[in-house]
Design a protein around this ligand. Structure first.
Ligand SMILES: Nc1nc2c(c(=O)[nH]1)N[C@H]1C(S)=C(S)[C@@H](COP(=O)(O)OP(=O)(O)OC[C@H]3O[C@@H](n4cnc5c(=O)[nH]c(N)nc54)[C@H](O)[C@@H]3O)O[C@H]1N2
Ligand SMILES: Nc1nc2c(c(=O)[nH]1)N[C@H]1C(S)=C(S)[C@@H](COP(=O)(O)OP(=O)(O)OC[C@H]3O[C@@H](n4cnc5c(=O)[nH]c(N)nc54)[C@H](O)[C@@H]3O)O[C@H]1N2
Ligand SMILES: [Mo]
Length: 679
C-alpha cells in the first residue's frame, strides 16, 4: 500500500437489508480497494458481488459526469453546470409563479439512503411545497401489519438467529437479497437448528433448507392460519404468554375455520405436511420466523403478514433470544422517515401545507389525472420510475406529458432518457453521510473518500446552489447547508440525536443507546391496548380489513382466465434496476429470461431458449424462455429491474393496484398468458 493510501470504514447505502460495512483504501481522491470489515457482526464477510463492483461503478466510462440537455432529436448534449442550474431555477420560478408550487412534482426513489436526503425535503418545503408521492413500492403492507400487531417494527440482531432452534424463512430469498443473513442461518444450522423455507419457487435459499413448502402464490395466510389452528388444537400455544401479553386470543382462536384439509385445497400443500410444520413450530424452544417482502406485494399482503405473525405470537416467541418475528428492524433508522412515515400517508397532518400527493402504486394514472394545477415540472432523483413502477407504461406516458423534467442520475437509464436536463449524481464515495439499516442494528458513517468525477455534485450542493439562485434562505439553520457547511450540518444532526455519539460514530458502526435486544424484550407494546393485538380495531378502522388476521383470496383484476401468475422477484446481481449495466456484472450474469415449470413447458410445447409472447389486457412483451423445476406450475418468473433495452419492461403488464394496507404496490396480483413465437 502506498504511504498516501488511507484505510476507511464505510457502508453500502443501497436499499438492501444487509447495509454492509466494508473497508476501502483511498488516496489522492481515488478509491483503489474494497475489503471486508469484520467489526460489523451482522455483515462480517464484507459486501456482496454488487458491492465488489463499486470501483467499476465509480469510475465507469458510462457514468454521467456532466449536466446533459436533451435536443429536439432526443440526443443529449453536454452543457455547463451554470447553464443547467440557471435553466432549472428559471423554470422552477416560472412554474411556481404561473401555476403554484404544486405544479412541481418531486419524485424520489430508493436508490441511495442516508441522512443527507433530508435536505431534498427541506428544499421543496422551502420552495413552497410540491406534488409528491405517498405509499411505497417496497414493504409498507408488512410494516403496517407488524405495527398494528406489535406497536413498533423491530427484531433481534441478525446474529441472534444462531440461537434459534427452528427458523422459518417465509417468502424471503435471503441467499440473493440478504446474502449476509445466510451466515447467521448457517451458524444456526451448525448449532442444530432446522430450517423451513416457504416459497412457491425453489430459490437458492430453499437449497439450504431442511424442508421446502411451495404454496400457490398469494395463499400464505390460509397456510399460516391452518398452522395456528393445529398449534392450538394440540394445546401447543403458550398460555401464560398469551394471558399476559396478547389481546384478542379467544376471538382469534374461534375464528380459525381453515383446517389443514381446507388449507391443502387453497395452498396446494398436503394437510399432513401442514400438521407436521405446525407441530414443529408449536414444540420449538426458540422459533424465529423471517418474513420477506415478496409475499406482501399482494392485495392481501398486510393480512398475510398478520396471519404469519400470529404463529410466533401464540407460541410466545416475541421478546425472546433466538425467537421472534423478523420482518424489518427499524431500531437503527434513527433519522429516516420510516418510523414516522410521513411520506406513506396521503394526508398526514404535518405535511398538509407542504404537499399534494399521488399514490406510488397508481402513479401514472394519478399523475395524468391531476388538475388545478396539472404538473408542469418534474424532478426525479434516486429512482427509476420508468421501469420500477407498476403500470410503468402509464407512468412513462404521464411523465412524457410533463413539459419539463429534471433527472438526477448516474447512468443513462430509462428514466434519465425522459429528462430535459440530466444532472449527474454523486457516487457512494463522494459525500459523507449517515446510514441506518432495516435489518442490522447499526447506524453507520459513510466518509467522503473520493473526489467526484467531472462536474458531479451531491444533491445537497445542487439544492443549495438552486436555493441561492432563487433567492431562498440557505445555511445550516435553514437545513440547506453550503458545501463548506455540509459536514458541520451532518455532525450537528448526529450530535442532536439521542443515543448517538458523533465522534464514536465516525470511527466505527455503532448500535444506538436505545436499541432493545432482544427486541420487545421488555414486553412493552405500543399498540392501542398496550398488548400484542391479534384483534386490531385499528386494522379495521384504518384499512377496512377484518380486525382479525384473515385469508382473502388474491384478486385477479378481471383476468382470471389467464393461466399464469407473474412473479417478479429480486436477483443477486442487481438492486432493482442498478448494477446490471456494469461489465463485471455482465460477466457473471445470465441474460434475463422467463422461467416456467417443466409441466407448463410441456403443455405449451416449449423448450429452454424458445421465444415467447407474454401478454395480458395491459400489453405484451416478448422474450426467451427457460424451463426449470425451480418454478411452480402456473407461475411465470421474470426479475424486476431489467432495463428496456435489455428486454425488461415487466411492469408494463402489472396493474396500478394498492395492497390492503400501508399503500404498497400489489405487483404480484398479475396474471398473464403466453404463446410460443414460431422460430
Ligand atoms: N440482490 C438483491 N438484493 C436485494 C434487492 C435486489 O434487488 N437485489 N432489493 C432489496 C429490496 S429494495 C428489497 S424490497 C428486498 C426484497 O427481498 P425479499 O424480501 O427476498 O423479496 P422478493 O425477492 O421480492 O421476494 C422474496 C421471495 O418471495 C417469494 N414469493 C412471492 N410471492 C410469494 C407468495 O405468495 N408466498 C410466498 N411464500 N413467497 C412468495 C418469491 O418467490 C421470492 O423468492 O431485497 C433487498 N435486497
Ligand atoms: N415488478 C416489480 N417491480 C418492482 C418490485 C418488484 O418486486 N416487482 N420491487 C419494488 C421495490 S421493492 C423497490 S424498493 C423499487 C425500487 O425502485 P427504485 O426506487 O426506482 O430503485 P432502483 O431501481 O434501485 O433505482 C434507483 C436509481 O437511483 C440511482 N442512484 C443511486 N444513487 C443515487 C444518488 O446518490 N443520487 C441519485 N440522484 N440517484 C442515485 C441509481 O443509479 C438508480 O437508477 O422497485 C419496485 N418495483
Ligand atoms: Mo424494496
Amino acid at each position: 500500500m502506498s504511504p498516501d493510501m488511507k484505510e476507511f470504514i464505510t457502508v453500502c447505502p443501497r436499499n438492501c437489508y444487509s447495509t454492509c460495512s466494508f473497508r476501502v483504501f483511498a488516496g489522492e481522491g481515488r478509491v483503489t480497494r474494497i475489503l471486508p470489515y469484520e467489526g460489523n457482526l451482522a455483515t462480517p464477510e464484507g459486501p456482496c458481488i454488487k458491492g465488489l463492483t463499486y470501483l467499476e461503478r465509480e469510475y465507469s466510462a458510462s457514468r454521467i459526469i456532466y449536466p446533459l440537455k436533451r435536443e429536439e432529436d432526443g440526443s443529449f448534449r453536454r452543457i455547463t453546470t451554470e447553464e443547467a442550474l440557471e435553466t432549472i431555477a428559471g423554470k422552477l420560478s416560472e412554474v411556481r409563479e404561473q401555476h403554484g408550487p404544486h405544479a412541481v412534482l418531486f419524485y424520489k426513489g430508493s436508490g441511495c439512503s442516508g441522512l443527507s436526503n433530508e435536505i431534498a425535503t427541506t428544499f421543496w418545503r422551502q420552495f413552497g411545497g410540491a406534488t409528491t408521492t405517498y405509499g411505497n413500492l417496497c414493504w409498507p403492507a408488512g410494516l403496517e401489519a407488524v405495527r398494528l400487531t406489535l406497536g413498533e417494527v423491530k427484531h433481534n440482531v441478525p446474529w441472534d438467529l444462531a440461537n434459534a432452534s427452528l427458523i422459518i424463512i417465509w417468502g424471503k430469498n435471503s441467499a440473493e437479497t440478504n446474502v449476509q443473513e445466510m451466515i447467521h442461518i448457517d451458524r444456526a444450522k451448525k448449532n442444530g437448528a432446522r430450517v423451513v423455507v416457504i416459497d412457491p419457487r425453489r430459490t437458492p435459499t430453499a437449497d439450504k433448507a431442511d424442508i421446502l413448502l411451495r404454496p400457490l402464490p398469494g395463499t400464505d395466510a390460509a397456510l399460516a392460519l391452518a398452522i395456528a389452528r393445529v398449534i392450538i388444537d394440540n394445546g401447543l400455544e403458550n398460555r401464560e404468554f398469551i394471558g399476559k401479553y396478547v389481546s384478542g386470543f379467544d376471538r382469534f382462536r374461534d375464528s380459525l375455520d381453515i383446517t389443514p384439509g381446507k388449507a391443502e385445497e387453497i395452498t396446494g400443500i398436503p394437510a399432513s405436511v401442514i400438521e407436521d410444520i405446525a407441530r414443529m413450530a408449536g414444540e420449538s424452544e426458540r422459533l424465529s420466523v423471517i418474513a420477506g417482502y415478496g409475499l406482501q406485494r399482494y392485495t392481501n399482503g398486510g393480512q398475510t403478514i398478520r396471519a404469519i405473525l400470529s404463529i410466533p405470537v401464540i407460541t410466545g416467541m416475541i421478546g425472546r433470544q433466538g425467537g421472534g418475528f423478523n420482518f424489518a428492524n427499524l431500531q437503527s433508522s434513527v433519522f429516516d422517515d420510516v418510523k414516522e412515515p410521513l411520506s406513506y400517508y396521503p394526508d398526514h397532518e404535518a405535511d398538509r401545507p407542504f404537499r399534494r400527493a399521488v399514490p406510488m402504486a397508481g402513479f401514472g394514472p394519478a399523475l395524468s389525472a391531476l388538475k388545478d394545477p396539472p404538473v408542469k415540472f418534474a424532478w426525479i432523483e434516486r429512482g427509476n420510475p420508468a421501469i420500477q413502477l407498476p403500470a410503468s407504461g402509464e407512468a412513462v406516458q404521464a411523465l412524457r406529458s410533463v413539459p419539463f423534467k429534471v433527472v438526477v442520475e448516474q447512468f443513462m437509464n430509462d428514466t434519465a432518457a425522459l429528462a430535459d436536463i440530466i444532472l449527474p449524481s454523486k457516487g457512494i464515495f463522494e459525500q459523507s453521510d449517515v446510514v441506518g439499516s432495516y435489518w442490522n442494528p447499526y447506524v453507520q458513517y459513510k466518509p467522503a473518500v473520493a473526489d467526484p468525477p467531472g462536474e458531479v455534485m451531491p444533491e445537497s450542493e445542487i439544492y443549495w446552489r438552486l436555493a441561492r439562485k432563487m433567492g431562498m434562505a440557505t445555511g445550516i439553520k435553514c437545513g440547506l447547508p453550503s458545501p463548506e457547511e455540509y459536514d458541520g450540518w451532518l455532525y450537528e444532526r448526529i450530535s442532536n440525536t439521542p443515543g448517538l455519539d458523533g465522534d464514536e460514530l465516525m470511527k466505527q458502526p455503532v448500535i444506538p443507546g436505545q436499541n432493545e435486544e432482544p427486541a420487545y424484550g421488555q414486553l412493552q407494546f405500543s399498540t392501542s391496548s398496550g398488548k400484542i393485538e391479534l384483534w386490531s380495531d385499528d386494522a379495521a378502522r384504518l384499512w377496512g380489513v377484518s380486525p382479525l388476521p384473515s385469508f382473502d383470496p388474491p384478486d385477479d383484476f378481471g383476468e382470471p382466465g389467464l393461466p399464469f401468475r407473474l412473479m417478479t422477484p429480486n436477483i443477486a446481481s442487481r438492486i432493482h434496476s442498478q448494477f446490471g449495466n456494469l461489465e463485471a456484472m455482465r460477466n457473471v450474469m445470465e441474460e434475463p429470461a422467463w422461467e416456467i415449470s417443466v409441466a407448463d413447458a410441456r403443455g405449451h410445447g416449449l423448450k429452454s431458449g424458445d421465444r415467447i409472447r407474454i401478454f395480458n389486457s395491459r400489453g405484451e412483451l416478448t422474450g426467451r424462455v427457460i424451463v426449470t423445476s425451480r418454478v411452480r406450475r402456473g407461475s411465470i418468473v421474470f426479475p424486476n429491474g431489467i432495463w428496456l433495452a435489455e428486454g425488461g419492461g415487466v411492469n408494463t403488464l402489472i396493474p396500478p393496484v394498492e395492497t390492503d394496507m400501508g399503500h404498497g404496490a400489489a405487483f404480484h396480483n398479475t396474471r398473464v398468458g403466453i404463446e410460443k413465437i414460431p422460430s
